[in-house]
Design a protein around this ligand. Structure first.
Ligand code: HEC
Length: 126
């Protein structure tokens, strides 16, 4: 009768276990900003490949959203010429286009990725 007692305990654990198990904690992570924001623009893939080797995309996001296309061209060219990023000349304009339309003056407020420095959403009421 030892076996049946054991299986009875086992069956009871199966029934009671889920009832007493604590609810899994729900964790809301802050929005991802270290990588470049998704976009159908061709420059998205190029920037991800060419701009993520030395520093995160936060360097781009932290620039003023008012930076003009010309200013971005200067920055991206500086990455290439001064800092030695291996960016082909043909990739400069697609990268600038992507940045200006995603993070810069040509992005609508809706298109702009949210900043991470805003407070976390309020925890759910229990
Ligand atoms: C070869 C390494 C390298 C690559 C690749 C690179 N960067 Fe940089 N980037 C740097 C360095 C070095 C700095 C200066 C860091 C500092 O001042 O602490 C910098 C700084 C920046 C800044 C801050 C503003 C400034 O002018 O210093 C921005 C914006 C930026 N990079 C954007 C880009 C973009 C866009 C790309 C892709 C086109 C890119 N980086 C690729 C090395 C690189």
């Amino acid at each position: 009768m030892k076996t049946s007692t054991r299986s009875l305990v086992f069956a009871a654990a199966l029934v009671v276990g889920p009832l007493v198990a604590p609810h899994a904690a729900e964790i809301t992570l802050p929005p991802e900003t270290a990588r470049f924001a998704d976009s159908p623009l061709p420059g998205f893939g190029v920037a991800t490949a060419m701009c993520s080797t030395c520093h995160s995309a936060d360097y781009v996001r932290m620039q003023p959203p008012t930076l003009s296309r010309a200013a971005w061209k200067t920055i991206v060219t500086k990455m290439q010429k001064t800092f030695g990023a291996p960016i082909p000349d043909a990739s400069l304009d697609p990268i600038v286009d992507y940045i200006v339309k995603t993070y810069g003056p040509e992005s609508g407020p809706a298109a702009r990725p949210p900043a991470t420095d805003r407070p976390n959403p309020a925890p759910p009421r229990s």
